[in-house]
Design a protein around this ligand. Structure first.
Ligand code: AHM
Ligand code: MG
Length: 345
């Protein structure tokens, strides 16, 4: 017999810290914590695992479902973004931690259905962002944010959804790529977890992510060049103009799925932008479940996010699906973009 417990000293779960353990440890340190927040994260992470598994079989499922939307098991073949939406809604509402949800795929706020009790949080999400990338095996992702409810009790409402990004309690994204990753930001910083398919868990792989103050990459759909305002064109011309002393020209990278373009920007630095153009008067991206959550992640990692004139997190939302211009990434690169765009002619 030995006096040392055979399971070892208290510490991280072996072979690493799971997402659930990470959130739980941080919640335990908060006075008055009830476990609701950890519970909500468990539901989101379960949904992410289910969606990730489906995404990785997407080509096969599509092949099997070619004739008449029914696969060989006789099941309806759903579009993946609808499948992702329904998976998140059913995982999360059953947990009892939210009172209402907002989704890119659903016109109105999504109430929590009977028999599930309304909880104290509000979840907003884009279930499968960049879903056009599925057909070409490129990365796609899920984006989410969590607010506390504003209405005092009962079913949640639109009022609970229309909250500025600065009041987000936690936000993050899941990227379905060469590996699946879950990145979340809360009061304790920004942390990334990589999915181990053999164990079926997300394990901490990127602790306390900090975005570089300046990068060397810009990310934008430059096919829209002639649809932009002159200030926007001026900034892109400037960032491409050789200036060895200041590290220009920057390299250009654009996957066309914001989660993937943002993930690279977060890790390597630089800037991602979706400005207004003649087709998209207010930009293309949606404030509540695309721009706001990623702006929260970016600021928590030391970066910045602007709509061209002010902080994205300070925009007061007026509609569930409203759009906003977005310039997000390294603090110095976002400041340069706003300065050059707004310079007098
Ligand atoms: P989606 O929510 O319909 O997928 O659209 C959002 C996506 C972003 O992921 C991406 O940054 C952008 O649309 C790409 O748009 P574009 O093809 O105009 O460059
Ligand atoms: Mg989207």
């Amino acid at each position: 017999m030995t006096s040392i417990p055979s399971w070892g000293p208290p510490g991280p779960t072996l072979p690493g810290t799971t997402l659930e353990r990470h959130v739980l440890d941080r919640q335990r340190a908060m006075p008055g914590a009830t476990g609701d927040f950890t519970g909500l994260f468990q539901q989101i992470s379960l949904a992410a695992k289910i969606i990730g598994s489906k995404v990785h079989k997407a080509g096969l499922t599509r092949f099997l479902g070619l004739t008449g939307e029914v696969n060989v098991q006789g099941e309806q073949v759903q579009k993946l973004d609808i499948f992702a939406n329904n998976t998140i809604v059913s995982c999360v509402e059953a947990g009892g931690h939210v009172c209402v949800m907002g989704s890119e795929e659903v016109d109105e706020p999504i109430p929590v259905r009977d028999p599930f009790p309304p909880g104290k949080y509000v979840l907003q999400f884009d279930p499968l962002d960049g879903s056009g990338n599925i057909d070409v095996n490129a990365s796609i992702g899920t984006i989410f944010s969590i607010h506390r409810r504003k209405t005092p009790s009962g079913p949640g409402s639109l009022e609970d959804c229309l909250q500025p990004g600065r009041d987000i309690v936690a936000a993050g994204y899941v990227i379905y790529g060469s590996s699946n990753m879950f990145v979340y930001a809360a009061a304790g910083g920004v942390h990334g977890f990589t999915f181990d398919p053999a164990v079926g868990e997300f394990f901490l792989s990127h602790e306390n992510i900090r975005i570089p103050k300046r990068g060397r990459i810009y990310s934008i759909n430059e096919g829209n060049y002639n649809l932009w305002e002159p200030g926007m064109r001026r900034w892109v011309d400037w960032i491409k103009r050789p200036d060895a002393e200041h590290g220009r020209p920057y390299s250009h990278r654009y996957i066309g799925a914001m989660v993937a373009d943002f993930h690279r920007t977060l890790l390597k630095g630089g800037i991602f932008a979706y400005p207004p153009d003649t087709k998209h008067e207010h930009g293309k991206l949606r404030l509540l479940y695309e721009a706001s959550p990623l702006s929260f992640v970016c600021e928590m990692a030391g970066g910045a996010a602007s709509d061209g004139s002010g902080r994205v997190l300070d925009i007061e939302p007026t509609a569930l699906h409203q759009r906003t211009p977005l310039y997000i990434g390294s603090a110095d690169d976002v400041a340069d973009a706003v300065r050059v765009m707004n310079e007098a002619e």
